[in-house]
Each structure stands twice: as C-alpha cells, then as structure tokens.
Design a protein around this ligand. Sequence first.
Ligand code: UDX
Ligand code: UDX
Length: 458
Amino acid sequence: MRFKKKILCIGAGYVGGPSMAMIAYKCPDYQVTVVDINSARIDAWNSSQLPVFEPGLDNIVKKTRGKNLFFRTDIENQIKENDIIFVSVNTPTKSYGAGANMAADLQYVEKTARQILKFSQSSKIVVEKSTLPVKTALAMEKILSHAKGKIRFEVLSNPEFMAEGTAIGDLENPDRVLIGSRETKCGLKARSRLVDIYTRWIPQDKIITSNIWSSELSKLVANAFLAQRVSSINSISALCEKTDADINEVAKAIGMDRRIGDKFLKAGIGFGGSCFKKDLLNLVYLCNYYGLREVASYWENVIRINEYQRERFINQILHSMFGTLAGKKLSILGFAFKADTSDTRESPALYITQKLMAEQAEIVISDPRALKNAKFDLAGAKGKVSFIEDPYAAAANSHAVIVLTDWDVYRRLDFRRVYRSMIKPAFLFDGRNILDHRKCFSIGFNVYRIGKPALTHI
Ligand code: UDX
Ligand code: UDX
C-alpha cells in the first residue's frame, strides 16, 4: 500500500511510543515509524511485552504494528525516508558542569538534530515533542541551517501533555493540542501540515497554534502549575494535622469553587515522575538565567514543599514506631510513582525506601507492575530488601504496612487478613489517603494518614 504521509519519531520512550501508536491508529493511511538507539527497547516494542505498561496501549499497538506502525533501529535510513520527524528523546536534568542539577541536558536533542542534518537528502519538518527549555528551537534551527543545497528544515514545537497511566485516553481525547511555529510563510505552512494530522481525530477548536516560544514555554508552565497544586495541598495537609482539620474535606470545599477546580488536590507523599521535578528545576534555572530571582525562588519552593512532605512522612513512621525501625519488617505497598504505570522514575517510594533502609529496617516491596524497575532502582542499595508481588505475602509478619502508590488493588485488600498476619501492634501508614481508615482502625490497626489526625490504639 502507498501511504499518504510518512512520519518518523526518534525516541521510543514513554512519550514517543504511545503518541506515535495513537497517530498510526487514527490515521491508517499514514506510515508511522519509531526509531531508537536502544535496540533492546525496539525489540521490546516488537514483542508481546511492550517496554512500557500503559492501560490500553497493547490493544492499539496490536492493531497497528506491522501494518502502518513500525519500530526500527535504522535511524539513518529512516531520516532519509521520512519528511516529518518528531524528536522525542530524553532531556534529563544535567548532572555535570554549568547548570548541574538544574538545567536540562540537551545533548541528546542536539545529537539528534545533527543526525537529521547529516542524513537528510530532502527538506523536512522537525517537530520537538520532548519538553525543552524555551529557545531550544533556536539551537536546533542553527544546527539545521547548515544544510546542503536546497534542503530546508522547519522546526515546530508540539509538546505532549499526556500523563502516564491515562496516556491512551489523554492522546485520544486531549484537552488541547499545541503547535508552535515561526510566524513566517514557511513556518505557518509547516504548522498547518502538522495541524492536518491531528484534525484526523481531534476537533479543530482543541488544536491551538502559537509562536514557537510560547509553545515551548507552555509545556514547562503547565507542569509547573500542576506540580504547584500538589505542593499547595500538601503544604496545607501539614497545617490540617496540627489543627484537626481534614485535608479531604478542605480539598472538597475549595475544589467545588469553579475558579479553583477539583483536580490535582490529592494530598499525599509528594509528586514523582520524570517530568515535574525536572521541568520545575528547568524553569527555575531559566528564571535565574534571565535575572528573575523572585520568580525563580517562587517555583523553587514548590520543589522544597515536595521534599518536606516526604520527610514529614518518614519522620511520622519513625516517631510513631517508638523512634526505632532497626530490624523491623516494613512492607511497602506500591513503588510506581503513581497508579497504572510501571514507571518508577523520581518515585517518592524510592526515596522513602532508601531512608527507611538507612534506619536499618527490613523492607519488603510489593507492586503489581513496577517490581522489575524497583529491583533495578535498588540494585546497589545497602540493607535488607526483598520483592514480593502478592500484597498479602508481603505484609505477613511485618510490623507496618506502608502504602506509597494509589493502586486500586490496595483499596480492595482484605485488611482483616492483613492484620491477622502482622506483628502487633500493627501499624498502617497510608501515604496516599486511599484506604478506609476508620474500618482499618476498628480492625485493630494504628492508622496514620496525610492531613488528618492519626487513629491509634496506643
Ligand atoms: C522524554 C523526556 O524525558 C521528556 O521530557 C520529553 O517530554 C519526552 O521524552 P520519555 O519518553 O519518558 O520522555 O523518555 P524515555 O522513556 O527515556 O525515552 C527516550 C528515548 O529516546 C529512549 O528510549 C532513548 O534510548 C532514546 N534516545 C535517546 C534516542 O533514540 N536517541 C538519542 O540520542 C537519545
Ligand atoms: C505529568 C503531567 O500531568 C502531564 O500533563 C505531562 O505531560 C507529564 O507530566 P505524569 O507525571 O505522567 O504527568 O503524571 P501526573 O498524573 O501528573 O502525576 C504526577 C505526580 O503527582 C504523581 O506522583 C502523582 O501521584 C502526583 N499527584 C498528582 C498527587 O500527589 N496529587 C494529585 O492530586 C495529583
């Protein structure tokens, strides 16, 4: 079959894989190819065990793979063959040199731009899908302006707003799609070619266009605002614990104000994931770079509160368990950074586990999907740690059960059975406020939660 359009994505990660699978699914007449330097990852995309767990993704990949969706490693050849190229390589926080621990490390983006330049034999549209500091497109344009002969590149920004765990629904029915371009004749033409792809399944009024810098910055700002809401509610949870107010009741009361809204008001152990902290740090770095110290410090505090919330939770475990965790068995329920994903990047569970291990506790980790990543993350950790998927087996003979991820299965556990199998007094720390606390208390647990007074028998 001759395809109407040929699209390439460089980077087969959490963003590149699902977002391209959705384009292939919605546009059967387009050929969509995803390449990656990591051949093991490409093999996984071509197998029955996809490299990322995402509800509904298997189904979409099954329907498209080998028909109009292809996962490959021949990057050079694919750059030649395609004329719309999405760049979805990782942009971690820089760990070295100037801007270390703050700025985004753009080496992979730059390397990709150079690869595109080297192997292109015709003009192309290059689309930034990765989250990038504002003005990155300028660097890409400068590299790509060295093309030979009549070859021209147009750089667009099309940030991805999907969240893990709900990626398929978010991609199928997004709140908006944002496409930024240069406001030149060529820029606007390239932008309309990208709009054409999304109009295949997204209503026109949800596809918004802007100048390229607004688009780059909007993605950073969206993540910063979302993270800020989590830190705001978490900061108030500390005050609730001092005043006998209940954080859920406060969140409900403020969330019903339409000007505030009810989303992202769940208090817990703080946000994790590959984006929020990285993008906040990046925003702070940018503000400092432009001399905006007050603005930088405002956003920096969103990260501080996140760290504070984790520390508070760890201190609560330590102090309520009589000041010592040495030799005590603690079962961690949930290691993923949120429910419905296997992703553990920046998971609060990793930090909390390491701290509990430093107190010489014996840790058992349970998670329905993330144990493989948990084992990898804790490979070098000193101390006693084991991994058991079955939450009942994990909790047996432990001094405390600690919920760190909001998986639905934990809500439905038989807590009588869990209680019976534990050492007494049995402690329950609900870091996500998802359990029926009164019921657990009546079973016999000493229950500690976020933003509400503890329910204890001691
Ligand atoms: C990444 C960024 O972290 C995020 O900021 C951005 O919005 C989208 O890209 P994610 O898809 O979660 O998010 O990253 P990751 O799962 O690490 O995938 C990136 C992929 O790019 C990896 O598979 C990596 O092997 C690949 N890659 C990296 C290349 O193919 N070429 C490179 O030069 C570098
Ligand atoms: C986020 C953005 O939501 C998404 O738009 C962007 O493209 C990538 O970054 P993601 O990190 O996948 O998505 O998940 P998200 O649902 O935003 O959760 C981030 C973290 O905040 C999780 O650890 C989650 O548990 C926590 N969170 C979220 C809360 O603690 N409380 C809330 O009310 C909401």
